[in-house]
Design a protein around this ligand. Structure first.
Ligand SMILES: Nc1ncnc2c1ncn2[C@@H]1O[C@H](COP(=O)(O)OP(=O)(O)OP(=O)(O)O)[C@@H](O)[C@H]1O
Length: 326
């Protein structure tokens, strides 16, 4: 991966930082990391941070604690969990001056992988102390913010199915089994997307609308996306016969150039989407209902430029950011 370096004078800035660490104890690898967290908090305090740890007890707690952090004008909310916990936190950090920091302890940790935050917590805590702060865009699906992407179609169905079934407890393996089942039998859907300057009609297996590039920790559907350019990237995977689906998936997994032939790729800052039948949606990996079939009230996606402060490594993937450091 190509990398670029933007040095900022972060060590001077990062003293007297007021932070809360919000940990999801049910996230993928939390139990194996729990012992490290106390030591990391001690280190942060030694470096002049006011840092307090709170554990969530249920879904929704991370959002509530983040709202309180913004109200108290804290500098940083550190999410200890995966992309689902981050998804809750950004709902309240959006539009504020409170920055998102991450100690990744989820199953896949797409955001951490995307920007190069180390998956070992000591490495990730170094990023908190010596990283840089950037402002990035957030996408919005109706009233809900998203950091990574919205998926409509096969992955929406898979996310909804995993949520309902006991396979969730088998982690990535359970998810892959459900994905294989749905990937083979999913019928295509018809969608209409009204973008800035055009209306496109598609017959698709999958529509991905990305603020960032990485998908599922491995693939890139929206491979041209920049997280601070004021635009969303749209990748429509066209309908394929059942026999063709596996080779198409392999093209994406192996990031082969030829994957481009299977998709329609667009960019826009607004997308009004309708489908002929309701289609399942996932947002940052969370299941969130179905698409609208009504032209009068379409499913609406927008981008909110520069709405989230994030702490990221000094060395970033060069093709993910378009703006200079703060
Ligand atoms: N204490 C809790 N009990 C139950 N669910 C929780 C709790 N705290 C948060 N959650 C929910 O758990 C879900 C999954 O969390 P999270 O995404 O952090 O972990 P993960 O699924 O292991 O990681 P990833 O999304 O990176 O694969 C989220 O929807 C979040 O809202």
């Amino acid at each position: 991966m190509q990398k670029t370096t933007h040095k900022t004078n972060s060590s001077a800035e990062k003293q007297n930082v007021k932070a809360i660490l919000i940990a999801n104890p049910t996230s993928g690898s939390y139990t194996t990391h729990a012992h490290q967290i106390d030591r990391i908090i001690s280190t942060l305090r030694q470096r002049g941070w006011q840092a307090e740890l709170k554990l969530t007890e249920a879904s929704g707690d991370a959002r509530r604690l983040s709202r309180e952090a913004v109200e108290q004008h804290l500098d940083v909310v550190i999410a200890i969990g995966g992309d689902g916990t981050i998804h809750e936190v950004i709902q309240e950090l959006a539009g504020s001056d409170t920055a998102l920091g991450v100690l990744p302890s989820g199953t896949v940790n797409v955001w951490a992988r995307e920007v190069g935050i180390p998956l070992d917590l000591n490495g990730a805590s170094e990023v908190l102390l010596n990283g840089q702060t950037r402002r990035i865009d957030l996408g919005k699906l109706d009233d809900r913010y998203f950091l990574l992407m919205v998926g409509i179609g096969v992955d929406g169905e898979v996310t909804h199915a995993v949520e309902k079934k006991p396979v969730k407890r088998f982690g990535v393996i359970g998810y892959l089994l459900v994905a294989a089942w749905w990937g083979a039998r999913y019928p295509a859907f018809r969608a209409s997307l009204r973008l800035n300057n055009q209306i496109i009609k598609v017959h698709a297996l999958q529509v991905i609308i990305g603020n960032t590039q990485l998908y599922g920790g491995a693939m890139k559907y929206t491979w041209k996306a920049k997280c601070d350019d004021g635009l969303l990237d749209i990748c429509v995977v066209r309908r394929q016969s059942i026999l063709r689906r596996l080779p198409v998936l392999l093209d994406f997994l192996l990031r082969r150039r030829q994957r481009r032939q299977w998709v329609r790729y667009e960019v826009s800052d607004t997308i009004n989407l309708t489908t002929t039948e309701p289609v399942a949606i996932q947002v940052d990996g969370e299941p969130v209902g179905h698409t609208s079939t009504s032209e009068e009230q379409p499913t609406r996606l927008t981008v909110v430029p520069q709405s989230l402060k994030v702490i990221v490594p000094q060395i970033l993937p060069e093709d993910l950011f378009s703006q200079p450091p703060l």
